[in-house]
Design a protein around this ligand. Structure first.
Ligand code: CLF
Ligand code: SF4
Length: 472
């Protein structure tokens, strides 16, 4: 558990997309080396940039692998906080395997301190998981918009696989099968998987919680629901056929509905395929090809100054890790006995159900109410009967704490055995106040609810000159 936790923390501490904290400090660069795509999405018009990770309408210079690594070295020499290299289009990273892998190899050779990240529609993922893993890619984003092929047929007019063009539901079902197969393989390898879903009003909103449930079942780390950006000038099928952009309210609702199942990313900036810099502070215009294409590779390597970058990275990572650690130190579930649903007003023995609260990032919310078949004590007349502690213990076994008004020694011992820490000192207090006190969470932190909107909407709007939405 702790090994896995430590490994995840080390993977997200310097990744601006996988950690909200890290995005204030660390930057990423996207290398637009993958122009082709093997599917068609109705929200994409690749006359512009790809949508799986970009905003169309922004001119992109496509790069060859050697040009791409020169750009990485140039950017890295000027932006010490550069920590991630992503390939996210303008087509699909894995529909261009030669260029993608050649680029990743070069980056690994000349800038080995950088994390490698890719974004894909997933069609070719099963074929390349091993290669990605071997080359050191441990962050993979797969765009999954639906798990229903009927809905998929409305999003993907065709899917091109092994020389055959599949249309309608058949194509959508094939894409989904390959996406899930690829995710399964990548999770088994220990890669950190993020799923992007484009929220398309009237098309896939209803099924979004099913997507989230599937992602959870498969061990996906993070879910990034992105709003469809749809204006006629973007020239996409959806835009030309009246499918509107998703509103901030629709986005919030979807994130809330899916937040029950999956941790939601709320700081995505729907980057372009050649984005450079912090999320939301794009510096791609400073690093056009003319700035680096004539530079000598060895000079760029010297200017990159790997030893000093590594030193900086080490201290920045430690700082980030401590911030993340602080934010997640209280994450857990807590069982509470409460008859009036507000306060700790009932003894363990009389409780017929348990309120299960979840604490995530120091926010407390009621997750669900669980009902074992019987209460522990059903009155003096049944006092000698076998008390059903096993079932109750099972019902709350995933909770770290039990807060109750009072509990007898026998059940307490049983719950101790399965590691549940019991607190009786908060009798009659409000449930959330008690949890805040127990975990030492400031009330303002604890009062919030998960899944509220992020601050990126202004930026999304102002950048929506582009068009599509999806990716990475
Ligand atoms: Fe790029 Fe994507 Fe890697 Fe990040 S972006 S390939 S995971 S390094 Fe990040 Fe940009 Fe959102 Fe993507 S903000 S669009 S989620
Ligand atoms: Fe391909 Fe990406 Fe465009 Fe979809 S959005 S068609 S995956 S390039």
């Amino acid at each position: 558990m702790s090994g896995n936790y430590d490994s995840i923390m080390s993977k997200i501490a310097d990744h601006p997309c996988y950690s909200k904290e890290a995005h204030h400090t660390f930057s990423r660069i996207h290398l637009p080396v993958a122009p082709a795509c093997n599917i068609q999405c109705n929200y994409c018009n690749r006359k512009y940039d790809c949508s799986n990770e970009s905003r169309p309408g922004v001119t992109t210079e496509k790069l060859k692998p050697l040009e791409a690594v020169k750009k990485v070295l140039k950017v890295g020499s000027e932006i010490k906080q550069l920590s991630v290299v992503g390939i996210a289009g303008p087509g699909d990273a894995l529909a261009n395997p030669k260029k993608t892998f050649e680029t990743l190899e070069l980056v690994k050779q000349y800038a080995p301190d950088l994390r490698l990240c890719i974004s894909t529609n997933g069609l070719q993922l099963p074929n390349y998981v091993d290669e990605l893993y071997n080359i050191g890619v441990d962050h993979v984003t797969v765009t999954i918009n639906t798990i229903d092929p009927k809905v998929g047929a409305k999003i993907y007019p065709w899917v091109y696989f092994e020389g055959v063009r599949y249309k309608g539901e058949e194509g959508a079902a094939l894409l989904l099968k390959r996406q899930l197969e690829g995710i399964e393989k990548a999770v088994a390898k220990g890669m950190l998987i993020k799923a992007n879903s484009v929220l398309i009003p009237g098309i896939n909103e209803e099924g979004m919680p099913d997507v989230a449930a599937k992602l959870k079942e498969m061990g996906v780390f993070l879910h990034n629901i992105m709003p469809l950006l749809s204006e006629p000038e973007f020239g996409t099928y959806f835009a030309l056929n009246g499918v509107p952009s998703a509103t901030p309210e629709q986005l919030n609702d979807a994130r809330k509905a899916c937040g029950q199942e999956m941790q939601q990313m709320e700081h995505c900036h729907q980057c372009r395929a050649d984005a450079v810099g912090l999320l939301g502070e794009d510096r791609s215009a400073e690093f056009t090809k003319s700035v680096f294409e004539n530079s000598d590779l060895e000079e760029l390597v010297a200017a990159y100054d790997l030893p000093s970058r590594q030193k900086f990275k080490k201290s920045a990572e430690l700082f980030q890790a401590s911030l993340i650690e602080y934010k997640h130190k209280n994450d857990c579930k807590i069982a509470v006995t409460s008859f009036d649903r507000e306060s700790i007003d009932i003894h363990f023995g009389s409780a017929t159900d348990f309120l299960i609260y979840e604490v995530f990032e120091n926010k407390v919310r009621l997750l669900e109410i669980r009902k074992p078949s019987y209460s522990y004590c059903s009155g003096p007349e049944n006092c000698s009967a076998d008390n059903p502690i096993e079932e109750i213990a099972q019902t709350i076994s995933d909770c770290k704490y039990l807060i109750t008004a009072k509990i007898g020694d026998c059940p307490k011992k049983e719950l101790d055995k399965i590691g549940i820490e019991i607190h009786q000192e908060f009798a009659n207090l409000n449930n959330k106040d008690a949890i805040n006190l127990l975990l030492n969470i400031a009330p303002s932190e604890g009062g919030g609810s998960c899944g509220s909107g992020c601050g990126s909407k202004t930026e999304q709007k102002s950048d929506a000159r582009s068009g599509a939405s999806a990716k990475a």
